[in-house]
Design a binder for this molecule. Structure first.
Ligand SMILES: [Zn+2]
Ligand SMILES: [Zn+2]
Length: 460
């Protein structure tokens, strides 16, 4: 029986630019190829040079978030013969995400990052045309050939719903009698739109699993329903004092979840008919959620989000200069309030104004502008962007947990159920990975719990 080699192509142990290489049964698969949100140019790319150009047999894309998708066109240029597989929803969402990314990189080029854009609109069009969408629970080989139940191949691949955002999958790879499962990003619990992950429950040989939330326990008293009520109450309390609320969120996934939540608040009489604003990218991506509503696994398949919530779209240069008004919700991206994004520039009006409020609803890299604000206390000076002087934090600030990532308890329970012989921990900051390493080593003394050093091949 041949061996399996896993190579971590990220540059550091963190959630930056995910990309992993798997060699098995004489085939080479590359799992995801992201772009780091905080770095620019070459430093934002995974370490593609660690594998020989042209050597990949197939590229597998777990979902359309930038940290998994953002450098796929660059990877495709290095491996022009390798087909790229994903779900149909991921294909459509990625198309919008990558074109947006070209626009962002083109702006950065004008500011002096000469290696940008890493690819053009034409490259994206060409790339997306070559992609191979594959339905869930369908076995296929590295060329994309679908396999009947009685057929097998050296390497077979099958997608499972990961419950994280529309189109997200975990990928089961079978080769020479062994099973490898790459989770991508997972949520095991139901969100407002997405239903929890439906993953294989049989025993696995190798499990490559995300560890985003390993750094903190979930309080026993936490329920999503309770958190939703707390969110609705907090919005009403701010509206009672005529405040406007800025909710910075990811355009893909969190925007659609939060809009669906607002719809449910209105249906339950928890929220009045206030104006809700979203960004241009959020609108385009929500259109895809609506278009695919009955065709992908999700809750509320009858809900057309844009019709039901009727948000206003803020777009272009004028958006950041839109005067801030009370009793409105500005649910705009980016979630981490990255420099030059709408939420970052709009926050300049919010941050130092005690009459308004800033609500966080998801993960933020601690070194991002949103991370810096979350770490600050009232009165602290916070720098939103190097272009502008730091501002005192004076607005009301609240944090809610509507994570699209699985709790560490649910991931631990899953690993204990499938009892992998080897567990490879990825997609987490060092402290998160460390909690899983220690905990899983104690839970499964027969298993190897591995934290792959970037760039060092692991023989499995
Ligand atoms: Zn993700
Ligand atoms: Zn991710």
């Amino acid at each position: 029986m041949g061996g399996i080699t896993f190579t971590n192509l990220t540059r550091q142990v963190e959630i930056g630019a995910n990309c992993y290489c798997l060699d098995l049964a004489g085939k080479r698969l590359v799992l995801d190829s992201g772009l780091h949100p905080r770095f620019d140019g070459e430093a934002a790319l995974p370490n593609h040079r660690l594998i020989e150009d042209g050597s990949a047999d197939a590229i597998l894309l777990s979902h359309a978030h930038q940290d998994h998708l953002g450098s796929i066109p660059v990877l495709m240029r290095r491996h022009p013969g390798a087909p790229v597989f994903m779900t149909e929803a991921t294909r459509q969402l990625s198309d919008v995400m990558l074109h947006n990314s070209v626009n962002v990189m083109t702006k950065k080029r004008d500011e002096g990052i000469t290696s940008y854009p890493l690819f053009t609109h034409r490259d994206v069009e060409k790339a997306v045309r070559q992609w191979h969408p594959v339905p869930l629970h369908t076995r296929f080989d590295v060329t994309g050939e679908r396999l009947r139940l009685d057929e097998s191949a050296d390497v077979t691949i099958e997608f499972f719903d990961a419950g994280h955002i529309l189109g997200s999958v975990g990928t089961l790879i079978r080769a020479e009698g062994r099973t490898v499962f790459y989770t991508g990003d997972i949520q095991f619990d139901d969100q407002t739109i997405m239903q929890g992950a439906r993953f294989p429950e049989h025993e696995l040989d190798v499990l490559i699993i995300e560890t985003t939330r390993g750094d903190r326990p979930t309080p026993d008293t936490f329920t999503r329903a309770g958190e939703e009520l707390r969110f609705a109450d907090a919005i009403r309390a701010q509206f009672d004092r005529k405040a406007g609320i800025l909710v910075p969120l990811f355009a893909l996934g969190k925007t659609q979840e939060v809009l669906a939540m607002f719809h449910s608040f209105r249906q339950r009489g928890l929220l009045g008919p206030c104006p809700i604003y979203i960004g241009g990218l959020g609108t385009k991506l929500t259109e895809i959620y609506d278009k695919l509503a009955g065709k992908t696994p999700r809750q509320k398949p009858g809900l057309q989000i844009l019709d039901a919530v009727a948000p206003f779209t803020m777009a272009g240069k004028a958006a950041a200069a839109t005067p801030l008004k009370g009793e409105r919700i500005y649910a705009i991206s980016s979630g981490m309030m990255t420099e030059k994004t709408l939420s970052n520039s709009f926050a300049r009006q919010f941050l130092s104004d005690p009459a308004h409020a800033l609500f966080f609803v998801g993960y933020a890299d601690p070194l991002s502008p949103a991370g810096r604000i979350r770490a600050a206390v009232p009165g602290d000076l916070v720098q939103l962007s190097p272009e502008f002087p730091p501002q005192p934090l004076k607005c009301a600030l609240e944090t809610f947990n509507f994570s699209a990532h699985a709790t560490r308890e649910s991931i631990r329970a899953y690993v204990n159920k499938v009892r992998p012989k080897k567990v490879i921990l990825v997609h987490g900051d060092a402290s998160a990975v460390e909690w899983f390493r220690g905990t899983l080593a104690a839970d499964l003394p027969e298993s190897e719990i591995l934290t792959p050093t970037p760039g060092v091949p692991l023989e499995l």
